[in-house]
Write a protein that binds this ligand. Structure first.
Ligand SMILES: *Cc1c(COP(=O)(O)O)cnc(C)c1O
Length: 395
């Protein structure tokens, strides 16, 4: 009995010997078959699969346009570039996110203004938007943290006088919705990632959705070196009309992503099932509190984030996290706030104290394993590990 109770971090036997990751892709034989088919075709990079994937993706979120690019980071860059943002401009970005949400602004020579988040949902706070909007503000980037859509209506109200464009970093929220409207239609431009830990994958990849054909065409030109063809020109007669990039997504990747997309609905339901089981179990564990959720949203649960209230533990969150991981449950942290990284402190002059809600949350949060392929037995192991660690360290 004593041996079972001893934490693995103190030399006891771990709950699992094969570690459970926090997220993982799901590749079936049918995914492999479509990739093999492209490998036998005439096109490896830009071919017919790109347009097919874009059409299916746009349809799946109910947007008029979808533009496929080489990563979520490239998608963020294309969105910011397409809005004409450049030196001297400011873009508001929440600080509790992955660095790429802010870097896209810097790529254009503009300045990201890192904003605090709501203390409960950890989504970009409309109050912070109001506080930080200034004469140089040109756009707002919101992050649908963990898979919960931002309160885009409230944010739109804040910026209505200035009619600033809204960019959703929806890398966490594909398959989510707000009052029945799918993510992909809630902001002016919506950015997705096809990285393997995200909802559907192409290895690396990204997508931007919007309802504006001219913007979509601009981003398609941007992903391919700024190259356009004068109407009626010969195939060899191309023109570079703006500064572009090579941000193309290949036919191989588009075929894979398109196949994966057919499973999105089932996978999001499975994520919600896993979340409901976490909710039920954690209801009896006061030391581990699920993140607050907004009314009326369809959560896409890229992550299942919990808070460990400091008052409920005798040790730090880092120690709890290390102990859970030692049990073979690879929970992790999303994210250290962007404004506290050395690079942004040096470049933007940010400092501790700038974003108190995000900083407090960053001391208490962790992400539990969440992916559709995870079994009920896997989740039982998570519960066993959480109870074991709570018995040892909780108060
Ligand atoms: C994954 C992610 C990105 C970057 O996507 P990549 O496809 O890895 O470039 C950007 N923002 C957020 C919030 C993400 O989770």
């Amino acid at each position: 009995m004593a041996a079972n109770n001893q934490l693995a971090i103190d030399g006891g036997a771990p709950v699992r010997t094969t570690p459970l990751p926090y997220g993982r892709h799901w590749i079936d034989e049918d995914d492999i078959a479509v990739v093999a088919q492209v490998l036998r075709s005439d096109f490896l990079t830009t071919g017919p699969e790109v347009g097919r994937f874009e059409t299916d993706f746009a349809k799946s979120v109910g947007a008029a346009e979808a533009v496929a690019v080489s990563s979520g980071t490239a998608a963020l860059h294309a969105a910011v570039e397409c809005l004409g943002i450049g030196p001297g401009d400011e873009v508001l970005v929440p600080t509790l996110t992955f660095a790429a949400s802010a870097n896209c602004v810097l790529y254009q020579g503009a300045t990201p203004v890192l904003c605090d988040v709501d203390a409960d949902t950890l989504l970009l706070a409309p109050e912070a938007v109001e506080r930080h909007i200034g004469p140089r503000t040109r756009a707002i980037i919101g992050v649908d943290f963990a898979g919960q859509p931002c309160d885009w209506n409230a944010i739109r109200t804040c910026v209505s006088q200035k009619r600033l464009p809204l960019v959703a970093d929806a890398c966490h929220s594909l398959g989510g919705s707000d009052r029945g409207r799918p993510v992909g239609q809630l902001a002016d431009l919506t950015v997705f990632s096809l990285h393997p830990v995200k909802h559907v994958t192409s290895g690396e990849g990204g997508v931007i959705t919007c309802d504006d054909r001219a913007r979509a065409e601009h981003m398609r030109t941007f992903r391919h070196h700024g190259i356009t063809r004068p109407p009626g020109a010969e195939p060899w007669n191309y023109e570079v009309t703006s500064l572009g990039q090579n941000y193309r997504l290949t036919d191989v990747q588009c075929a894979l992503a398109r196949r994966q997309l057919t499973k999105l609905e089932v996978w999001v339901s499975r994520r919600r099932e896993i979340a409901a089981r976490y909710d039920a179990e954690l209801a009896s564990m006061p030391g581990i509190v699920p993140l607050a959720r907004r009314d009326g949203i369809g959560h896409a649960y890229h992550l299942y984030v919990v808070r460990l209230p400091v008052s409920r533990w005798r040790v730090s969150r880092d120690r709890v996290l290390a102990a859970i991981r030692a049990e073979g449950i690879l929970a992790t942290l999303h994210y250290p706030p962007v404004h506290l990284h050395p690079f942004y402190r040096a470049r933007l002059g940010t400092a501790p104290g700038d974003c108190p809600n995000a900083e407090a949350a960053a001391q208490e949060i962790l992400s539990l394993p969440m992916f559709p392929l995870m079994s009920s037995a896997d989740q039982d192991d998570v519960f066993t590990a959480l109870h074991k660690v709570a018995r040892a360290y909780g108060r």
